[in-house]
Ligand binder design. Structure first.
Ligand code: NDP
Ligand code: ZN
Length: 352
């Protein structure tokens, strides 16, 4: 089969590989809609997860089942399925600890385009199909569904980690697709004021439509100063980091009030350490909590998120600015994600 792969750090291209096969609990899926992720860019061009040779990229897909293992009960050939970016090993101690994302090792629930070939291929392998796949409801479009598997679950996880309360003042640093879903999730969780930090007009416009009440442009000066001014020196109750640079954590700690929470879903790609500003952290005594996490995957998460779309609580298709048709467009879509032109939030490739 054909797949679009990371050949080595900084190099991508088409390769031929053997079609994967399903063991007893697994499924083989043919993608029908895929999307590239900023994490594919970190992986392929920045070596974020180390060197990988000839590893097929992509971890965001909706697909059709072409093969199931002998023990798979709830899915059959021909079913259309939502495939979460994170597909944990459900028989692992980390699951009993409450963190399936880290089943069998830190971040090891993230398998596609990390520990095994990803979804930019004619076929891909899904472990533990009954626990990881969800049926695609007929009321949900492919564009909406493919946003659930990573963008929605990640942005919403930022909201969960931040523990947003009714009426909270929330800052979301970064309003690419992940941050935009953190904005939408904050609104759903009852935030009062939502201050979104970004610059591109299309992201600003979509942030407002998802519930941002204020916009801070990081290109127009220090974001800590801007947030402190907007909040009359009080700071925010919660800060969700969904973009920015290696100062984002430090900025978030500075702009959150004592007793508040900082949640991170961003990938920090530089430096041995990340600075914590001592004074603004109350010399360690400000009760400012810091949490960060990989998005939850698995079947129930996908079923719950698809309910939000099915019952009109959320329309993630506003993230989709570019739609391509056909396999050959994987590269074009990936490169858009790398170059981030002004009019881009997220590209999707539909495989008719
Ligand atoms: P984008 O690159 O599309 O968005 C980044 C955002 O950060 C943009 O709004 C950008 O502004 C803003 N930004 C850039 N520089 C600064 C700065 N100096 N200060 C403040 N804001 C800034 O990324 P995505 O939304 O696709 O992904 C966000 C992060 O989430 C990535 O690091 C990705 O790897 C990670 N991720 C994490 C997952 C998880 O499970 N935790 C899963 C998926 C992704 P603008 O462009 O408007 O100028
Ligand atoms: Zn991703």
């Amino acid at each position: 089969m054909k797949g679009f792969a990371m050949l080595g750090i900084g190099n991508v291209g088409w390769i031929e590989k053997n079609k994967p096969f399903a063991k007893a609990f697994d499924a083989i899926v043919r993608p029908i809609a895929v999307a590239p992720c900023t994490s594919d860019i970190h992986t392929a061009f920045e070596g974020a997860i180390g060197d990988r040779k000839n590893m097929i990229l992509g971890h965001e897909a909706i697909g059709e089942i072409v093969e199931v293992g002998s023990e798979v009960k709830d899915f059959k050939v021909g079913d259309k399925v939502i495939v979460p970016a994170i597909t944990p090993d459900w028989r692992s101690i980390a699951v009993q600890q409450g963190f399936p994302q880290h089943s069998n090792g830190m971040l090891a629930g993230w398998k596609f385009s990390n520990f095994k070939d990803g979804v930019f291929a004619e076929f891909f392998h899904v472990n533990d199909a009954d626990m990881n796949l969800a049926h695609l409801p007929k009321e949900i479009s492919l564009e909406q569904a493919v946003m659930l598997v990573d963008m929605v679950t990640t942005g919403f996880h930022g909201v969960e980690l931040a523990d947003i309360q009714f009426g909270s003042t929330v800052v979301v640093i970064g309003i690419g697709p992940v941050g935009l879903m953190a904005v939408a999730g904050s609104k759903l969780r009852g935030a009062g004021r939502i201050i979104a930090v970004g610059s591109r007009p299309i992201c600003v416009q979509v942030a407002k439509s998802y519930g941002a009440t204020d916009i801070v442009n990081y290109k127009e000066g220090d974001i800590v100063r801007q947030v402190m001014e907007l909040t009359n020196g009080m700071g925010a109750d919660r800060v969700i980091i969904a973009g920015g640079n290696s100062n984002s954590l430090s900025n978030a700690i500075k702009m959150v009030r004592p007793g508040g929470a900082v949640s991170n879903i961003n990938y920090f790609g530089e430096g041995e350490t990340l600075p914590v500003p001592r004074l603004e952290w109350g010399s360690g005594m400000a009760h400012k909590s810091i949490r960060g996490g990989l998005c939850p995957g698995g079947r129930l998460r996908m079923e719950n998120l698809s309910n939000l779309v099915k019952y009109n609580r959320l329309d993630p298709s506003k993230l989709v600015t570019h739609v391509f048709h056909g396999f050959d467009n994987f590269e074009k879509a990936l490169m858009l994600m790398k170059d981030k032109p002004k009019d881009l939030i997220k590209p999707v490739v539909i495989l008719d």
